[in-house]
Design a protein around this ligand. Structure first.
Ligand code: C2E
Ligand code: CA
Ligand code: CA
Ligand code: CA
Length: 279
C-alpha cells in the first residue's frame, strides 16, 4: 500500500518537473528564435461564404526548432506573453506581413487585407499604436491592408486603457477584428464603444452548429447583430460542408477553416489564390 502511494507521488512530481523543464527549455530557445531565423508565417485564406472568393487571410506564426521540432503557437505564445518575448515577436510578425504585402503588391497581384494577431500583453504598452504605426510607415505599407485581431476576453477587462489605443489604431488606418467572439465571458456592452470592423465567431460555436440547436441560435443572433452594426462576420473553424451550408443560410459573410483550406506558406497561397491584376 505504502509502496503504491509512494510510486504515485513520485510520478506526480516527475510530471511537474518535466512540465517545468519543458517550459524552461521552450522559453530559453524562444529568445533566440528570431535571430536564428526559426520563425515563419503561414497564411490561412478567408473566403466569401457566398462566392468562395478570397476576401482576406490570417497570418499565423510557426516555429521550427532544430531540436524541439515544430512547437505549436498554442504552447509558445502563452510563454512569449508571460516573459515579454511577445513584444519582439509581435514586431517581427508585423514587419514580415508588411514585407509580404509589398512583395505581392509590387508583383501586381490582387491581394486582400492580411490579419495579424495581437496579444493582450501588447496592449499594456502605452505606445503600442505609434510603434506599430512606425513599423508600417518604415516599410511603406498601407495600414488599410492590415487587420488587427484582438481577442475578446483578454483585453476587454480594461476598457479605459484599451479604447484609446483602438481609436489610435483606427485613425492610423488599420482595420480591427474581434477574435474568438463568444468564447469565455462575453460583454456585449463594449461592442458599441469599440471601433470594430470585423467580428470573428469562435470555432466552438461553428463546431456545434449542426449538433446543438442552441449554438445555431446564438450564431444566427451574433450574425444578425453584427450586420445591424455594419460589421462583417467571419466564422472560424469551418471543417465540414454541412457547417458551411448552415453559415451560408445564416448570411455569414466570410468563412475560414480546414474545409476551405489549412494555413499554408506564402508561396502556396500565392499559387492557389492570388491572380495578377492584369490577368
Ligand atoms: P487564433 O487566432 O484563434 O487562430 C486560429 C487557430 O485555429 C489557428 O491555430 C488555426 O490554424 C486554427 N484553425 C484554422 N482552421 C481551423 C479549423 O477548421 N479547425 C480547427 N480546429 N482549427 C482551425 P494556430 O495557428 O495553432 O494558432 C493558435 C493560436 O495562437 C491563435 O489562435 C492565436 O491566438 C495564437 N497565434 C498564432 N499566431 C500568432 C501571432 O503571430 N501572434 C500572436 N500574438 N498570437 C498568435
Ligand atoms: Ca486570430
Ligand atoms: Ca480565433
Ligand atoms: Ca485565440
Amino acid at each position: 500500500q505504502a509502496k503504491i502511494q509512494n510510486g504515485g507521488h513520485q510520478f506526480f512530481n516527475e510530471r511537474i518537473i518535466n512540465t517545468f523543464l519543458r517550459k524552461l527549455d521552450v522559453e530559453n530557445e524562444l529568445r533566440w528564435a528570431i535571430a536564428k531565423n526559426q520563425l515563419t508565417l503561414y497564411y490561412q485564406p478567408q473566403v466569401s461564404a457566398s462566392t468562395g472568393h478570397l476576401e482576406g487571410m490570417e497570418a499565423l506564426i510557426r516555429w521550427n526548432h532544430p531540436r524541439l521540432g515544430s512547437v505549436s503557437p498554442g504552447e509558445f505564445i502563452p510563454i512569449a506573453e508571460e516573459t515579454g518575448i511577445i513584444m519582439d515577436i509581435g514586431k517581427w510578425v508585423l514587419k514580415e506581413v508588411c514585407a509580404q504585402l509589398n512583395s505581392w503588391l509590387s508583383a501586381s497581384l490582387a491581394v486582400p487585407a492580411i490579419a495579424v494577431n495581437l496579444s493582450a500583453r501588447q496592449f499594456l504598452v502605452p505606445d503600442l499604436a505609434s510603434s506599430i504605426g512606425d513599423i508600417v510607415r518604415q516599410t511603406c505599407c498601407d495600414p488599410q491592408h492590415i487587420v488587427i485581431e484582438i481577442t475578446e476576453s483578454s483585453s476587454m477587462n480594461d476598457i479605459e486603457s484599451v479604447l484609446p489605443i483602438l481609436h489610435e489604431l483606427k485613425s492610423i488606418g488599420f482595420q480591427i477584428a474581434i477574435d474568438d467572439f463568444g468564447k469565455g465571458y462575453s460583454a456585449l456592452g463594449y461592442m458599441k464603444q469599440f471601433p470594430i470592423d470585423i467580428l470573428k465567431i469562435d470555432k466552438s460555436f461553428v463546431q456545434e452548429l449542426t449538433s446543438d440547436s442552441k449554438s445555431a441560435v446564438i450564431t444566427k443572433a451574433i450574425i444578425d447583430m453584427s450586420h445591424g452594426m455594419n460589421l462583417r462576420v467571419i466564422a472560424e473553424g469551418v471543417e465540414t460542408q454541412e457547417q458551411l451550408k448552415y453559415l451560408q443560410a445564416m448570411n455569414c459573410d466570410i468563412v475560414q477553416g480546414y474545409f476551405i483550406d489549412r494555413p499554408m506558406p506564402s508561396e502556396q497561397l500565392e499559387l492557389r489564390y492570388l491572380k495578377g491584376v492584369w490577368s
